[in-house]
Design a binder for this molecule. Structure first.
Ligand code: PGA
Length: 239
């Protein structure tokens, strides 16, 4: 197994290390293509990236990892639900001079988006979080390693995590329950993968995904990362 584990002191240290890796990537290859995630986990990384001065983004290509789809018949998300494009703009993208590729503009043609991501032999760096059910991006349990970029139903556990049980019970009909996700196949085509996991409640799923005696399987999509030659798992807990 070629997974490297780095255990830091807290979520801010995870964010800082992740930001340094992005910086190193851009310094060594200014025209890097980088896939960025949303969620709570990467927020300290975006804050740390915002503090790095003189980072040259001008030749880089930035991609979204996934994006919500509108529920049938709706033309806007309800209050408090942000598109992932909006999230990325808010936390980083609007402040950097890079070429940005918005999945939200291509929700009807996921494979065309995958083609852009795969240009020049795939992304240089893909940054991921991990769901409590082992999903990466929105490749939910049941996703094989050759999953294409596609529209998916979000797992119930994911809906509860993202919207909270109370809101889900109240507003289910108007909340996004589908998304387009970069497929595992395109993620695994990345030259380098960085997975961030913070909070000790994620320890169990990290052990399940990367345990030495557990074979990769659709039951835990993150476990497919063990087949990749260059994965770094950055945590604020010992694994
Ligand atoms: P989180 O989400 O960072 O909000 O825990 C991670 C994920 O679902 O990939």
């Amino acid at each position: 197994m070629s997974v490297q584990f780095i255990n830091t002191i807290d979520r801010n240290a995870v964010g800082l290390r992740a930001a340094w890796m992005v910086q190193a990537q851009l310094n060594s290859k200014p025209d890097s293509s980088i896939v960025f995630p949303t969620g709570n986990t990467p927020l300290p990384m975006y804050e740390a990236l915002g503090r790095i001065r003189n980072l040259d983004w001008s030749r880089s290509r930035l991609f979204q990892l996934d994006e919500y789809c509108q529920p049938e018949g709706m033309d806007a998300f309800p209050p408090g639900v942000e598109t992932f494009a909006g999230f990325l703009d808010r936390v980083l993208w609007s402040r950097v001079d890079a070429q940005k590729f918005y999945l939200k503009d291509m929700l009807d043609d996921p494979m065309q988006y995958e083609g852009l991501v795969r240009a020049n032999r795939g992304p240089d760096l893909t940054i991921l979080g991990i769901g409590m059910n082992g999903h990466i991006a929105f490749n939910e349990p049941g996703s094989p390693s050759d999953s294409p970029t596609r529209r998916v139903d979000l797992a119930e556990e994911t809906l509860v995590h993202n919207f909270g049980e109370e809101r889900l019970n109240r507003d289910r009909a108007v909340l996004p329950r589908q998304a387009v996700t970069l497929g595992l196949s395109a993620i695994l085509a990345s030259r380098r993968i960085l997975l961030l996991a913070t909070g000790s409640r994620k320890r169990g799923i990290i052990r399940k995904a990367f345990g030495q005696h557990i074979a990769p399987s659709v039951a835990c999509p993150a476990s497919w990362l063990k087949m990749h030659p260059y994965v770094t798992v950055l945590t604020d807990f010992s694994v």
